[in-house]
Design a protein around this ligand. Structure first.
Ligand SMILES: [Fe+2]
Length: 349
């Protein structure tokens, strides 16, 4: 917030990535030259650095609203070049960041402050940031829309609560700056979205929102393979060969299984009941949601292969373990144990 009547307001530069339709934002205190960047994109690192240098800014923070699935961040590179501190919501559990910001905590920026508002739902660690009457919503609240909730621990009920109980309690005139827009719109306001957002505006009920979100049929983002693991290591030193997200099948797993290298683990993350009925011989049952409790055990292996029934739970665990900084993860996606059985491969019960 501006602290005196004569203080110029916080300057916001909205920057655009044509490929992923991502908005990055440069927040500047014009009187001190201190600045922060929100959601910078790897491919536009040069553009952003040029602007920061031309304006003579002292970049204090590079802030992520969440681990993006559609583009890779340049935060790590920006830190290397400017000394800016990388800020992520506390719930992300991501290594290699400088500030794991808690709900309600603020970052000082010249005469202003940037307040974190934990808004889980699109991902479990999404954070919105409020500064001087502007709200940077990431993918939580979009212009006449909201982020999807079908992967990265997304949850429509949580998203509904985050938006209606947290963001919609801000003043109607609060300006909304989202992380994306696919229709050429650049900003909105709380008042507008409360009234006109077709997904949850106009006092739409939680149940009808949840039904709507659970019935959206959406393609996976093109870059999800690369982006989620890269963004959990803040975009630096990322070697895509270390990760497999899509295109790893039960047939591939069978090949690996036939001559399983030393210190490799095949992890079945279905329920113990499903596991008992039939699993890949030699696999270890670590049901979804218990991987954190078993992290020491998992860390004892050099390479981990994860499968489930349909690929969905395996992907969730994959993302979760990537967040813990684990490498050499292989995830069977879009397929699982039924295809192993159908192929006639050996099954252990
Ligand atoms: Fe997102």
């Amino acid at each position: 917030m501006s602290i005196s009547g004569t203080q110029p307001s916080l300057m916001v530069k909205q920057l655009y990535d044509r490929e992923s339709c991502t908005y990055s934002y440069l927040l500047i205190d014009p009187s001190t030259g201190e600045a922060a960047i929100i959601d910078p994109v790897r491919e536009l690192f040069e553009r952003d650095m040029r602007l920061i240098n031309e304006l003579g800014l002292e970049l204090l923070y590079t802030i992520e609203t969440h681990a993006h699935a559609d583009h890779v961040t340049s935060s790590g590179k920006i830190r290397q070049n400017t000394g800016a501190r990388i800020v992520f919501g506390e719930a992300s559990g991501i290594h290699a960041i400088d500030v794991a910001i808690k709900d309600g905590e603020s970052l000082p920026l010249g005469h202003f402050s940037i307040r974190a508002i934990a808004t889980p739902g699109h991902t479990s660690a999404c954070t919105s940031f409020f500064a001087d009457g502007r709200l940077f919503t990431g993918d939580t609240l979009l212009i006449r829309g909201c982020g999807r909730t079908d992967f990265q621990e997304g949850d429509p009920e949580t998203l509904f609560d985050s938006i209606t109980q947290k963001l919609f309690t801000l003043a109607d005139e609060t300006i909304i700056y989202p992380a994306h827009d696919y229709n050429g719109q650049t900003s909105s306001s709380i008042g507008e979205e409360k009234r006109w957002n077709p997904r949850l505006g106009n006092s739409r009920s939680k149940q009808s929102f949840v039904d709507l979100m659970n019935n959206l049929v959406l393609d996976m983002p093109k870059k999800i393979n690369e982006a989620v693991p890269a963004n959990t290591s803040v975009g630096v030193n990322f070697d895509p060969k270390r990760y497999l997200w899509h295109d790893f099948t039960m047939d591939n797993l069978h090949q690996v299984w036939q001559e399983l290298p030393d210190k490799s683990l095949i992890m079945d993350n279905r329920t113990p009941e499903e596991f008992t009925k039939g699993h890949v011989p030699g696999s270890l049952n670590i049901p979804l949601g218990t991987e954190n409790d078993n992290i020491d055990r998992i860390n004892g292996y050099d390479t981990v292969y994860i499968y489930c029934r349909s690929g969905r739970r395996a992907q969730t665990t994959f993302t979760n373990l990537s967040f813990q900084g684990m490498e050499h993860l292989h995830c069977v996606s879009h397929t699982g144990m039924p295809d192993w059985i159908k192929a006639g491969y050996e099954v252990e019960t």
